[in-house]
Design a protein around this ligand. Structure first.
Ligand SMILES: O=C(O)C1=C[C@@H](OP(=O)(O)O)[C@@H](O)[C@H](O)C1
Ligand SMILES: C=C(OP(=O)(O)O)C(=O)O
Length: 407
C-alpha cells in the first residue's frame, strides 16, 4: 500500500511514546528463554521481536524468520545448543542473501552441527541441537557484530563458558557492548579486553528480577530528523529514554546538534528542540551506528547540506543494499549522491522535487527515513507498511503530531 504524505507542518509542541528497543528486546527474549527467572517490561512491539518471541516458543521443525536479521543470527546460536532438537531456520528472499557463514563456522568450531539447505554461507540452515564441547573460537569481526552477540548470548550455557578472539577491525561495537551489559544486568560475568571477549559459564539460577527495556533510539532518529526540518522553536518529547543508554544510536544527541537540534532529558522523557543552525559540510563515521545512516543522509538532503558519511561497509548486507537504495531515491528527488561500498557523499542540493514516489525495497528504514521530507514537500512512500519490521505504529504517530497522510 502506498501512502501519500501531503506537505505538512507539525504542532509547536508534541509528544510520542515509542516502545522498547528491538535490539535489546531480541537479546533479552533469548536470555529469558535460557533463564526464565526474569521478567521483561516495555518489550518492542516490532514484527522482528514478535517473530523472535514466536520462534523461541515454537515446537515446529521449520521456523521462518522473514526479514529479521538479528533474530536469524541469534536463533542460529540458540538452536545449536538445544540438545536433541532439529530445526530448520529460514527467512525471506532477502534473508537468503544475507551472509551467515562467519557465525556458522564459529559455532561448528565449538562443536555445533549445522548444514546449509540451499546455498553455502546463507540461510536456510539445518541445525541439529547438541552439547557444544569447546570454549575457544576466533572470528572475523568486520562484517556484522550480530555474529558476535549471537555467540555471547549462549556463552554462559556452554560448559566452560566462552573465549572469543575478534579478528580485524571490529564493527558496530556498541551492539557488542549492549550484549555484554545485558549479560551483566542479569548476573553473568564477562570481560572485553583488546580483541578478546570472555564469558563465564553459569549453572545457577539467576536472581529473579524485572528488566525494563529502554525505548528504541533508532526509531527516535526519525523525530530528530523531523525536528531538524521544523521551524525554530518546535519541540518534540519522546519517551522512555535514558541519558546513559546501552544503544549506540543515542549518538543522535551529539550528531543532531549539527542540524540545530538540542535535547533535554527530564526523568524518562527526552525533549528535542529546533534551534538555529549552520548548514556546513558534515563528515561522520557511522561504523558504530549504521542504522541511522539513512535518517542522517535524508536530513542533510532536505536541509540542502552536503555530507560525507563513512564507515558504511555493513549497509550493503542489510534489509536491502542501503547505499544503492539511498542513491537511487535521493537522485529521484533531485539530489546528487556518490557511493562506494562503504561511504556516501551527498552534494548540496537546491530544490526537493515534489510528489516523487519513494521505493522502499522491503526496508523499513527507507520508508521512515524519507517520511520527514513531507515537512518540505509532498511525497509518496511505496509499500508503507514495511515500517512494521521495527516500528508498527510509525504512521499513526506521525499523524498524531500533524503529518497529513492518506492511502
Ligand atoms: O545487534 C543488533 O541488535 C544489531 C546490530 C547491527 O548490525 P551489524 O552489526 O550487522 O551492523 C544493526 O545494524 C542491527 O540493526 C541491529
Ligand atoms: C539492520 C537491521 O535489522 P536486522 O539486521 O536485524 O534485520 C535494522 O533494523 O536496521
Amino acid at each position: 500500500m502506498h501512502f501519500t504524505l501531503q506537505k505538512s507542518k507539525i504542532a509547536k509542541q508534541s509528544s510520542v511514546e515509542i516502545t522498547g528497543s528491538k535490539s535489546e528486546s531480541n537479546r533479552l527474549l533469548l536470555l529469558q528463554a535460557l533463564y526464565p527467572e526474569f521478567k521483561l517490561e516495555n518489550v518492542s512491539n516490532s514484527d522482528d521481536s514478535n517473530l523472535m518471541t514466536n520462534a523461541l516458543s515454537s515446537q515446529s521443525e521449520v521456523i521462518d524468520i522473514h526479514h529479521a536479521g538479528t533474530a536469524m543470527r541469534f536463533l542460529t546460536a540458540y538452536f545449536s545448543i538445544q540438545e536433541g532438537r532439529d530445526t530448520i531456520l529460514t527467512g525471506s528472499k532477502r534473508m537468503k542473501e544475507r551472509p551467515i557463514k562467519i557465525l556458522v563456522e564459529a559455532l561448528q568450531e565449538l562443536g555445533a552441527d549445522i548444514s546449509y539447505e540451499e546455498n553455502e554461507g546463507f540461510p536456510p540452515i539445518k541445525i541439529k541441537g547438541k552439547k557444544l564441547n569447546k570454549n575457544k573460537v576466533s572470528l572475523k569481526a568486520n562484517v556484522s557484530s550480530q555474529y558476535i552477540s549471537a555467540l555471547l548470548l549462549i556463552a554462559s550455557k556452554l560448559e566452560n563458558g566462552l573465549e572469543l578472539t575478534l579478528e580485524g577491525e571490529i564493527t558496530s561495537i556498541p551492539y557488542i557492548k549492549m550484549t555484554l551489559s545485558l549479560l551483566d544486568e542479569i548476573g553473568i560475568e564477562s570481560s572485553f579486553e583488546g580483541n578478546t571477549i570472555t564469558v563465564k559459564p553459569n549453572t545457577k539460577k539467576l536472581n529473579a528480577k524485572t528488566l525494563t527495556v529502554e525505548s528504541d533510539w533508532s526509531s527516535a532518529s526519525y523525530y530528530f530528523s523531523i525536528a531538524a526540518l521544523s521551524d525554530v522553536g518546535t519541540e518534540i518529547t519522546l519517551s522512555s529514554y535514558k541519558e546513559n543508554s546501552l544503544q549506540g544510536d543515542s549518538a543522535l544527541v551529539e550528531i543532531y546538534k549539527h542540524f540545530g537540534v538540542s535535547t533535554v532529558f527530564n526523568e524518562n522523557a527526552l525533549t528535542l528542540k529546533k534551534e538555529t543552525s549552520n548548514l556546513e559540510l558534515l563528515t561522520l563515521d557511522l561504523k558504530n551506528a549504521p542504522d541511522i545512516a539513512q535518517t542522517i543522509a535524508v536530513t542533510c538532503f532536505a536541509l540542502g547540506m552536503s555530507c560525507d558519511l563513512v564507515g558504511l561497509h555493513t549497509l550493503k548486507i542489510k534489509e536491502t543494499d542501503r547505499l544503492v537504495a539511498l542513491k537511487t531515491e535521493i537522485e529521484k528527488l533531485g539530489g546528487k549522491v556518490e557511493i562506494t561500498d562503504k561511504s556516501l557523499h551527498l552534494s548540496t542540493s537546491i530544490d526537493v522535487k515534489s510528489m516523487v514516489s519513494i521505493t522502499t525495497y522491503n526496508d523499513h528504514r527507507m520508508a521512515m527515513a524519507f517520511a520527514p521530507l513531507a515537512l518540505k514537500t509532498s511525497i509518496i512512500i511505496e509499500d508503507a507498511m514495511v515500517v512494521s519490521k521495527s516500528y508498527p505504529t510509525f504512521w499513526e504517530d506521525l499523524k498524531s503530531i500533524g503529518f497529513q497522510i492518506s492511502k
